[in-house]
Design a protein around this ligand. Structure first.
Ligand SMILES: Nc1ncnc2c1ncn2[C@@H]1O[C@H](COP(=O)(O)OP(=O)(O)OP(=O)(O)O)[C@@H](O)[C@H]1O
Ligand SMILES: O=C(O)c1ccc[n+]([C@@H]2O[C@H](COP(=O)([O-])O)[C@@H](O)[C@H]2O)c1
Length: 218
C-alpha cells in the first residue's frame, strides 16, 4: 500500500504550453496525485535537438509553474546528462527508484501520441516495473492502436479504478478523462516564426520570455 502517489511528466517542453499544463492540473485532481514533477529531457530520444537552449527551456518551466503549487521541476535528466546520449525514461525511472525505494507510488504521465509511440522506446515493456502510466487525451490521437503487441500489453495492465494506482507502487495503465487541448510545441514554434501571436496557447510570462529572448524567430 502506498501513502501518496507522485508523478513525473517527461517532455522536451520546447516550449511548455497549455496542452501540457491544463491536462496535468486536471489529471492531478482526477487521480488524486500528491504532486507532479515536470521532467525536461536533455537530448530527446526521438526528436531533433530543441530550438531553445536547456537553460531557456528550464526558465520557461519555472515561469509556467509559478502559480501552480501542485507542479515542480525535476532536473535529474539535465543534471545526470551525458553530453552525447539521449535521456531514456527507463534509466530515469530506475534512478528514481534507487533514490526513493520500491514502496512509494510513482506514475509517469504521457500524452496519447506518446503512448502510441511506446514500442519504439528503450525497454518499454519494463517501464511498468517502476511506475504506473497515466495517459492524457490528445486531439487527433485515437485511444486504440493497430500494434497488436502494444494493444495486448495495454489490455493486460489497464485499470479504470484509481484505487489500483494508490494501492500499488507501479504496474497499471490508466486512461484519464483530461481536457482536450489542441496545442503542440511544433505549432507554437511555427506560428512564432511567422510572427503570429501565441498568447492564448501558453502562460503570459512564458510568452513574454519568448519575445524577450527572441526565441523561435520572435
Ligand atoms: N496538447 C497536448 N495534450 C495532451 N498531451 C500533450 C499535449 N502536448 C504535449 N503532450 C504530451 O506532453 C509530453 C511532452 O510533450 P512535448 O514536450 O514533446 O510537447 P509537444 O507539444 O508534443 O512537442 P512537439 O510539437 O515539439 O512534438 C508528451 O507525453 C506529449 O504526448
Ligand atoms: O526512453 C525512451 O526511449 C523514450 C523515447 C521517446 C520519448 N521518451 C520520453 O517521453 C517523454 C515525452 O517525449 P517527447 O519527445 O514527446 O518530449 C520525454 O520524457 C522523453 O524523454 C523516452
Amino acid at each position: 500500500m502506498t501513502n501518496c502517489l507522485t508523478a513525473l511528466f517527461g517532455g522536451t517542453f520546447d516550449p511548455i504550453h497549455y496542452g501540457h499544463l491544463l491536462p496535468a492540473v486536471a489529471l492531478a485532481k482526477e487521480v488524486k496525485l500528491s504532486h507532479i514533477s515536470l521532467l525536461p529531457n536533455h537530448i530527446p530520444p526521438h526528436k531533433p535537438q530543441p530550438e531553445a537552449s536547456t537553460h531557456q527551456r528550464i526558465e520557461m518551466l519555472k515561469l509556467a509553474i509559478e502559480d501552480k503549487p501542485i507542479l515542480s521541476i525535476d532536473l535529474r535528466e539535465i543534471v545526470q546528462a551525458r553530453l552525447d546520449r539521449p535521456s531514456y525514461t527507463i534509466e530515469t525511472l530506475q534512478a528514481w527508484r534507487q533514490e526513493n525505494g520500491t514502496q512509494q507510488g510513482l506514475a509517469f504521465i504521457l500524452g496519447q501520441d506518446s503512448l502510441l509511440s511506446l514500442p519504439t522506446w528503450n525497454n518499454w515493456q519494463t517501464l511498468l516495473k517502476y511506475c504506473h502510466l497515466l495517459i492524457c487525451r490528445r486531439p487527433g490521437y485515437a485511444k486504440t492502436t493497430n500494434d497488436t503487441q502494444l494493444k495486448a500489453w495495454i489490455n493486460q495492465h489497464q485499470t479504470h479504478d484509481i484505487h489500483d494506482l494508490h494501492q500499488n507502487a507501479s504496474g497499471f495503465i490508466y486512461f484519464a478523462n483530461t481536457p482536450l487541448e489542441d496545442i503542440s510545441a511544433t505549432e507554437i514554434r511555427d506560428r512564432i516564426s511567422q510572427q503570429q501571436s501565441c498568447e492564448s496557447l501558453l502562460p503570459p510570462k512564458v510568452w513574454q520570455y519568448i519575445q524577450a529572448e527572441h526565441l523561435y524567430g520572435a
